[in-house]
Design a protein around this ligand. Sequence first.
Ligand code: DAH
Length: 340
Amino acid sequence: MIDKIKNHINELKTISFQSLEELEEFRIKFLGKKGLLTIFFSEFREIPQEQKKEYGKTLNEFKLAVKEKYDKSKISLSKNDKKNIFQDDLSKPGQPINVGAHHPLSIVRDKVIDIFKMIGFELSHGPDIEDDWHNFSALNFPEDHPAREMQDTFFIETNPDIVLRTHTSTVQIRHMQSNEPPIRILSPGRVFRNEAVSARSHCVFHQIEGLYINKNVSFADLKQTLAYFTKSMFGTAKIRLRPSYFPFTEPSAEVDVYWGLNSETDYRITKGTGWLEIMGCGMVDPKVISNCGIDADEFTGFAFGIGVERLAMLLYQIEDIRMFYENDVRFLSQFKFSDR
Ligand code: DAH
């Protein structure tokens, strides 16, 4: 009988299992209620007295070996089971993850901000709803002056002194009123004009204002700064400044960048000239500086205003300004992989 048990112990070493089902069969055969261990234990009574000690010892060894075999096999089989789930089918397509996209206007705005931050410009913000002083008078638009007609203004009906700002130049005034030169600011924001909505213009759009005030700022500084900007933004420093008029700058200019004439589209958007108008600029009128409580004899400066929609339309070849505000995901998702 003892030899029989020893044979079983040896047999255990050769057994292996392919599945949890096989392991369960093993458990029933060895550990079950009517299993081998139960049978051997019940035979203990029949064993002659002098063999009882050795029988008991061998039987206990057998019991431990069976348990150990069962426990270890169970652990390794269930591990394999989990592995099988992951190894199911590696060629299956993964679950798609929906990635969002930056809005094209945000991409362009942030690019402009990054470029000017590199040369020390800081952000400064002002309110969308303004008074006449910040939007017009302080910027040298005299009352009843036709220059006010350049900007179709939304007035608040009950108070003609309050307007929706027509440009971000308002922030120049606010910032100069509460800061000492040297001043280097960039003011991105929303502006409003009472205009019919079309493919080319909208009643709400975005501008970025730039202002630099310091001792001895010259027109050459302005031109150099603009060339640095177009080099960073468009890859070329080839620019030209055309004389223009803004009430708050003197002299004033429109800035054109050389876009080139490499494709039919280039001919169309540059009207066959190769040049693209990208912003307005000028030397800040001394009157505007002194309106803000800064000594215009000591300090001079330049300013510029960039239309964000216009830049984005050029850079991404967008034909209709209304697409920016329609929130059509088919349009917006095209900017997923635009670098910022
Ligand atoms: N405020 C002007 C506009 O809305 C844009 C502009 C032009 C801003 C020249 C400037 C500037 O600071 O110097 O049309």
